[in-house]
Write a protein that binds this ligand. Structure first.
Ligand SMILES: Nc1nc2c(ncn2[C@@H]2O[C@H](COP(=O)(O)OP(=O)(O)OP(=O)(O)O)[C@@H](O)[C@H]2O)c(=O)[nH]1
Length: 321
């Protein structure tokens, strides 16, 4: 097969460059446009041929004032151009993405030649970016779902324990007090049995909102499962935690959930364990202590909050995790 001459190859390549759906431009060493095709002009919001002989900065300034071309988030056009100049020709080849004011995305490849000329290839990647954003959003949604209890919208067991780990490490490092409380609704099975499962769900949602209302923003609440919740109270000693939780017992006694049944009321029991700097505790210890105190509150008649008071001579609380 006969090889095409260099001249005919150049002709094919030039025709391809002119007609391509990808934007193609050539700038000289002073950033004057020597060539651009229709697609390139169109991508930046200019008519075909409008950029020829013009300086890159002037074209970008025109686009900026006519609200077309790249989305410029810098404080001013000059600041943005200074940033562009610091990058352009800094390497022989670079590839980067640009978002445009009209929402489209372009992939730009800049190739610098020995004389300082620069060939710019531009591809519209809006469709790929849309898929990329949707995937990122879906991933974020999945992550949120994996860490959130669907019924109450609060952190689930896994998320709560992650937070507990972090917070306990911080409290121990800075020798700050911290408490863990476990709360459990009393006779919740009866609510379901008497009023139905949806009513039980409404009570769980009510309790979640009640807790949010009566705790500080820094207190972290989680639903461990069923009708069991946990609260992490940073910077809080056991006496203060008991005061807060016992006040919640009294406040809940003054509320009714009429959506379940007129005058319907419910109670909860709680157990608190403290991680003050005297205790060399870990999450399991804290959890087991709070669980033990909760058990005592339940067996002591419910509708109350007890504290786990470690005795230096007593064995560690049974494992509740
Ligand atoms: N409506 C509803 N019920 C749930 C959910 N998760 C667990 N439950 C119910 O919660 C009830 C818990 O019952 P138990 O563990 O016997 O505890 P209790 O009746 O609260 O009794 P005490 O804890 O001893 O006061 C069970 O009937 C579960 O079916 C939920 O998401 N929604």
């Amino acid at each position: 097969m006969q090889q095409p001459s260099a001249a005919s190859l150049s002709k094919i390549l030039l025709r391809d460059a002119v007609d391509s759906d990808n934007g193609i431009a050539v700038l000289d060493a002073n950033n004057i446009f020597l060539f651009h095709n229709r697609a390139f002009a169109c991508m930046f919001g200019f008519p075909d041929g409008a950029m020829l002989g013009k300086h890159y900065d002037d074209m970008m300034a025109w686009a900026y004032t006519h609200r077309s071309g790249p989305l410029i988030e810098a404080a001013s056009l000059d600041e943005w151009l200074a940033h562009v100049h610091s990058r352009q020709r800094s390497v022989r080849f670079r590839s980067f993405e640009v978002d445009l004011i009209d929402g489209r995305w372009l992939l730009l490849n800049e190739q610098v030649h020995t004389g300082g000329e620069m060939v710019v290839l531009c591809t519209d990647i809006s469709k790929q970016k849309k898929v990329e954003f949707e995937l990122k959003q879906a991933h974020a949604d999945l992550q949120r779902l994996a860490l959130t209890d669907e019924l109450t919208g609060m952190p689930n067991r896994r998320h709560f324990f992650q937070q507990l780990d972090t917070e306990l490490a911080r409290a121990r490092r800075y020798r700050h007090p911290m408490c863990l409380a476990m709360l459990d609704l009393d006779h919740f099975k009866r609510v379901n049995d008497r009023h139905g499962h949806p009513a039980g769900d409404a009570v769980l949602r009510h309790f979640a909102a009640f807790m949010r209302q009566h705790l500080r923003a820094v207190d972290m609440i989680g639903r461990l499962g069923g009708e069991e919740f946990a609260i992490l109270l940073p910077e809080t000693g056991v006496e203060e935690a008991l005061f807060v939780l016992r006040r919640m017992v009294e406040q809940l006694a003054r509320q009714t959930v009429d959506a379940v049944a007129p005058g319907f009321a419910y109670t909860f029991s709680g157990g608190v364990a403290a991680a003050d700097d005297a205790n060399s505790v870990d999450c399991k210890w804290l959890l087991a202590g709070a669980d033990q105190a909760l058990y005592q509150a339940k067996s002591g008649g419910r509708n109350r909050v007890n504290a786990y008071l470690p005795d230096a001579n007593a064995p560690a609380p049974a494992d509740a995790a």
